[in-house]
Design a protein around this ligand. Structure first.
Ligand code: FES
Ligand code: FES
Length: 161
C-alpha cells in the first residue's frame, strides 16, 4: 500500500503524518493515530452516523472519508466542543434532557446537531429529524434527543445575545 504525507488540524491542533496508508480512513486516523476515541465506529459503512465529525465545517461520516482526503483540512471532533473544561451547550442539553442511554451514538448525534445548528440555529421538529436522519440510536426512541436539540438551540441563542 502506497503511503503519503498529510497535514491537518484536529480541534485546532496541527498534526503532521509522514506516511499514511492511502486506504486509512479519517476515523482510524482520529482514533488510532491521534488517540481521540470519542468518535465511535459503528457500522463502518456510512449507515449509522456514530463516526460523525466536522471536516472543514461540514458533517461527514469519518468512516467513509480517507485520511488523505482530509489533507490540509480542519477537523472538529466531540473532544473539541468543550470550552475551558465546561460542556458545550449541546452536550449539556443532552445531559439535561436525559438523552443518553448506552451513549454509543451520542458523539455522532452531538456532532450532527452541531452541524445542523450552525446552518439552522432554530430548527423545527421536522428539520431536526431531517438533520439527524443519518444518525441511528438503538436505545432512546429519539424523543429525548429531539428535546435536547431544541434545548441546545435555545441555550445557544441565549448565549449569542
Ligand atoms: S461507523 Fe461511520 S457511519 Fe457507521
Ligand atoms: S444511547 Fe445507545 S445507541 Fe443511542
Amino acid at each position: 500500500m502506497k503511503r503519503v504525507p498529510i497535514k491537518l488540524k484536529v480541534n485546532g491542533q496541527a498534526y503532521v503524518f509522514d506516511a499514511v496508508p492511502e486506504n486509512k480512513t479519517l476515523l482510524s486516523l482520529i482514533r488510532d493515530d491521534i488517540g481521540l476515541t470519542g468518535t465511535k465506529e459503528g457500522c463502518a459503512e456510512g449507515d449509522c452516523g456514530a463516526c460523525t465529525v466536522l471536516l472543514n465545517g461540514k458533517t461527514v461520516d469519518s468512516c467513509l472519508v480517507l485520511a488523505v482526503e482530509a489533507d490540509g483540512g480542519e477537523v472538529l471532533t466531540i473532544e473539541g466542543l468543550s470550552r475551558d473544561g465546561n460542556l458545550h451547550p449541546i452536550q449539556q442539553a443532552f445531559v439535561d434532557e436525559g438523552s443518553v442511554q448506552c451513549g454509543y451514538c451520542i458523539p455522532g448525534m452531538i456532532m450532527s446537531t452541531y452541524g445542523l445548528l450552525q446552518e439552522n440555529p432554530s430548527p423545527t421538529d421536522a428539520e431536526i429529524k431531517k438533520g439527524l436522519e443519518g444518525n441511528i440510536c438503538r436505545c432512546t426512541g429519539y424523543v429525548r434527543i429531539l428535546n435536547a436539540v431544541h434545548k441546545a438551540s435555545e441555550m445557544m441563542a441565549k448565549e449569542s445575545k
